[in-house]
Design a protein around this ligand. Structure first.
Ligand SMILES: *[C@@H]1O[C@H](CO)[C@@H](O)[C@H](O)[C@H]1NC(C)=O
Ligand SMILES: *[C@@H]1O[C@H](CO)[C@@H](O)[C@H](O)[C@H]1NC(C)=O
Length: 415
């Protein structure tokens, strides 16, 4: 049996940015179900993953899949009502729309296929990989596992501004590995309304288990998209806040969903569904808001196999997998299956953007009456980073425990 490595890889660094909103993408339901799987497996931990990256990686596998291997992916991801192969055109269009490298923000999507020397791959498959995924194709010798791991890790670093290191290790490959799919997503944005570092304070963050940690809390008053929603219960505890903060350019945004202080995030998570994400996007209103948001950095390496199996994508991980469209010889393809499915994601949220503060709408701090709604993220919250035009979700996750990044150099007592 051959082993196929699937390595969606993703990386995200957000610096200083601003607010935006949501729309419909056919894969949103799948993204949310995947979140629930990670949540079920994740205890009280932070979560960060890239739904977009998973969809792209699965799309690359799907191109080479036949029979129930193909059907399971189409059904789970949400393509069953599409004409045959229409999803590939959709993924290509999404990739083109999203891949920007403007001064305001950067989204880079990179796909690569590493093939075993000497295996004969189907020319059509390689051609379609280029056409739909712009996938770079390279041949390697997986039996030289340490060298391959180093090569792939360098490729990943090259495509993630060196934010994702050591995605794979020598143990991930062996002489039976035939193919590794690697997909990297990199995002860097500056808030449209940046936080002023001099307004950041040390602050207590209350975790859901009742304990407290010290964190650096950013502060600003500014115009954002904001709404209050109810989880359907009649109690006041069922009311939660949604804040959407656009990045420079207003195409990308981060949406933060915060339950009331006394309500654990776990109470809110079960109601999160794709239509609700749209509801939030369509119903937040532009208004002045007081925002307290911790600086945070979340990083996670996820083995996607178990979660994808729970979502109905099982066949590709077994000896019954049919990936025969990948190889020139049908019989050779019947021996391929996916051995690994790994994703690593990284997100850093700080006051400023990498592009600096020029032209952004800064609001002076006033310590007077609270005249505006106040979003105080001093307890666990859910977030997504999305494209407001396409609805594509680049990152989804939750902060249960903000990891304080290196302290900033300023006088905390200044007003
Ligand atoms: C992708 O874009 C092309 C060209 O704009 C369009 O013809 C096609 O219908 C789009 N595909 C999908 C699935 O949206
Ligand atoms: C990474 O980037 C360096 C510098 O551009 C290049 O020489 C090297 O070939 C790249 N490595 C991979 C694996 O893409």
């Amino acid at each position: 049996m051959f082993v196929l490595g699937l390595l969606p890889l993703l990386l995200l660094r957000v610096c200083c940015s601003r607010a935006a909103d949501i729309s419909g993408d056919v894969t949103t339901e799948f993204s949310v179900r995947l979140y629930h799987q990670l949540q079920a497996a994740g205890g009280e931990d932070n979560i960060i993953f890239s739904p977009l990256s998973v969809s792209l990686a699965l799309g690359m596998v799907e191109l080479g899949a036949r029979g129930s291997s193909l059907q399971e992916i189409r059904e789970a991801v949400g393509y069953s009502h599409f004409r045959q192969d229409e999803e590939f055109s959709l993924l290509r269009n999404l990739t083109q729309t999203l891949s920007v490298d403007e001064a305001q923000y950067v989204v880079r999507l990179a796909n690569s296929l590493f093939l075993q020397n000497g295996v004969h791959f189907n020319k059509d498959f390689l051609r379609l990989m280029k056409k739909y995924f712009k996938a770079e194709v390279e041949t390697v010798d997986f039996s030289e596992s340490a060298a391959v791991a180093e090569h792939i890790n360098t490729w990943v670093e090259n495509h993630t501004d060196s934010k994702i290191h050591s995605l794979v290790s020598a143990d991930d490959f062996s002489s039976v590995t035939r193919i590794a799919l690697v997909n990297a997503v990199y995002f860097r944005g500056s808030w449209k309304n940046q936080f002023r570092p001099e307004n950041t304070r040390t602050f207590s963050f209350s975790k859901d288990d009742g304990s407290e940690v010290q964190t650096l809390m950013m502060y600003q008053q500014g115009e954002f998209y904001y709404g209050e929603f109810s989880d359907g219960t009649s109690e006041a505890g069922g009311v939660y806040q949604v804040l959407e903060m656009p990045y420079e350019g207003e195409e990308m945004s981060m949406m933060i969903v915060l339950p009331r202080q006394e309500v654990p995030l776990a109470t809110l998570e079960p109601i999160i569904k794709a239509p609700l994400l749209e509801d939030w996007a369509n119903n937040v209103k532009r208004q002045k808001v007081e925002v307290y948001l911790p600086r945070f950095k979340v990083e996670q390496k996820i083995d996607l196999r178990e979660s994808l199996k729970e979502l109905g994508i099982k066949n590709i991980f077994t000896k019954d997998a049919d990936l025969s469209a990948m190889t020139a010889e049908m019989s050779e393809g019947k021996d391929l299956f996916i051995g690994r499915a790994v994703q690593k994601a990284y997100l850093e949220v700080t006051e400023e953007g990498a592009e600096g503060a020029a032209g952004s709408g800064m609001i002076a701090l006033t310590r007077t009456l609270v005249l505006y709604p106040q979003v105080m993220a001093d307890h666990p919250f859910f977030f997504i980073i999305r494209n407001r035009k396409t609805g594509s979700i680049l990152f989804m996750g939750r902060v249960m425990n903000p990891e304080v990044i290196e302290p900033i150099d300023h006088d905390f007592d200044s007003v």
